[in-house]
Write a new protein. Structure first.
Length: 485
């Protein structure tokens, strides 16, 4: 009896000891996960899935708690102690270590827009069918009656727990910011509530912001990477923050992969355009009111490319209801929706089409408040009659390649930084640098007017003469300044 009791006591003691060990281990793990600094570690060399695993191992070997190793950019997001960071910086393959900065939703609680950009007229040509738009935000209310038939699923990238989950309960929206943006892009045309700019586009919820409306750069980069991997057409990003090398690289990689990136300029009037909107690979959108005047909350600057309604915008919110919000966050999905209409219409160069069909506001031509102008859905879905898919954008210091304009060439003037010509017979592009006077191998020449960007069509008289397409009026003008050689 005594022997049996002793054995039982020892067994119970062993069980308690094991529980204590497990408890201490759990506590140690929890402390390790929350301790240290969250950073993005950039590596030298190429990108790719196999190398991504190798880089994960390097960071882990230095005591890092790895969140994600990216394959579209050579970087790893992780949490490391200051001591480990100091040692990792010395690794020969490490290019940089930067803070995993926080991104915040660009919205203020506070309706119209669809009619202003003339979307209903565009629906006779395109309704966005077949175009996949990712809403990188706080999620989407997956069972909202005005959105549910257009949602193709979602993914969760906020933090470590449930990272990469496609369970709707995880990417569901609590805050309402992402649901509001989704409704502006593609709320259903179903006789209830509101209708979006592209009511037949397919929506994807990419939750990269938490229920408070903020998220880390690494979560955003992971969301952009998911867009590339899943053949998303348009990534709508209504948030902003500081620039990081990792975020810029991810945006460049996505743009090169064919994802059209659209982002809100920011809600600091008079202040600079935020990131990712300010990158060249992203369309930066400012906000306007119902009178086509720049909103008093909109950030402005040379990076602004387009403007769209962003004041008192009514759209969907969680719980199957609707609300009015304002901010450049609300302007961004208007442009994303029009881009979906243009893609579904079969127009190849969506970005250029949005530019040349925008309604010019403010000072003539591109400016810091409205960019090329307020987006116009009805004009944007019309076939331009020529293919600008080979157009590239070059810096002002591009080399002087000389002029070789030929009969049947379409010449594009980009604010007179440079000139490109498209030979409509061969489909080939040539790049030229502008001067005060342009001489052609034909029996006429034309004096350029600085500050008047346009598209010129050249043909030997009397076949058609010379004309300029004005962005401000969306009209062609036949020019009389044709002087015999």
């Amino acid at each position: 009896m005594l022997r049996h009791s002793s054995t039982r006591f020892l067994s119970m003691a062993a069980a308690v000891f094991c529980l204590l060990v497990l408890f201490v281990t759990d506590m140690s793990f929890a402390q390790g996960e929350s301790s240290g600094k969250r950073v993005l570690v950039g590596f030298k060399g190429e990108k790719g899935r196999q190398i991504a695993q190798q880089r994960r191992n390097i960071v882990s070997n230095y005591g890092g708690k790895v969140h994600h190793s990216f394959h579209i950019i050579p970087a790893v997001s992780a949490r490391l102690s200051e001591k480990a960071l100091a040692r990792l910086k010395e690794h020969p393959q490490v290019a940089y270590i930067e803070d995993d900065v926080i991104m915040r939703a660009e919205a203020q609680t506070t309706p119209w827009g669809i009619n202003k950009i003339d979307a209903p007229t565009a629906w006779g040509t395109s309704r966005g069918a077949g175009v996949h738009v990712a809403i990188l935000d706080t999620g989407i209310d997956y069972d909202h009656p005005d959105l549910d038939d257009n949602i193709d699923g979602g993914v969760y990238f906020v933090g470590l727990i449930n990272d990469g989950s496609t369970n709707p309960l995880h990417w569901d929206d609590v805050r309402g910011h992402g649901t509001h943006c989704a409704g502006t892009v593609a709320a259903e045309d179903n006789t209830i509530g509101v209708v979006g700019v592209a009511p037949e586009a397919r929506l994807h919820a990419v939750k990269v912001l938490n229920d408070s409306g903020s998220g880390s750069t690494s979560d955003v980069v992971q969301g952009i990477e998911w867009c590339v991997d899943n053949n998303i057409d348009i990534a709508s990003m209504s948030f902003g923050g500081s620039s990081t090398a990792s975020l810029q690289s991810a945006c460049n990689a996505a743009n090169s992969a064919g994802v059209l990136l659209v982002s809100s300029a920011g809600n600091g009037y008079g202040g600079p355009v935020g990131y990712p909107a300010a990158y060249n690979s992203v369309i930066a959108v400012s906000a306007t009111d119902s009178s086509d005047v720049i909103a008093g909350l909109s950030s402005t600057g040379p990076q602004v490319e387009l403007a769209a309604p962003g004041v008192n915008v009514i759209s969907t919110v969680p719980g199957g209801t609707y609300a009015s919000k304002q901010g450049t966050s609300m302007a961004c999905p208007h442009v994303s929706g029009v881009a979906a209409l243009v893609m579904a219409a079969g127009i190849a160069d969506v970005r250029t089409q949005l530019r040349i069909t925008a309604v010019d506001l403010g000072a003539p031509g591109k400016d810091n408040y409205y960019g090329y102008g307020r987006v116009d859905a009805a004009a944007a879905v019309e076939d331009p009659g020529f293919d600008l898919s080979g157009l590239v954008y070059m810096p002002q210091d591009a080399p002087d390649l000389g002029y070789s304009v030929e009969e049947g060439d379409l010449v594009y003037f980009n604010s007179f930084d440079f000139v490109q010509s498209l030979n409509t017979a061969t489909g080939g592009w040539s790049i030229h640098m502008p001067t005060d006077w342009v001489y052609f191998d034909w029996p006429f020449y034309y004096e350029l007017v600085p500050g008047t960007p346009g598209i010129l069509w050249f043909a030997i008289p009397p076949a058609g003469g010379i004309g300029v397409y004005h962005f401000s009026t969306s009209q062609w003008e036949v020019l009389p300044q044709i002087i015999p050689w």
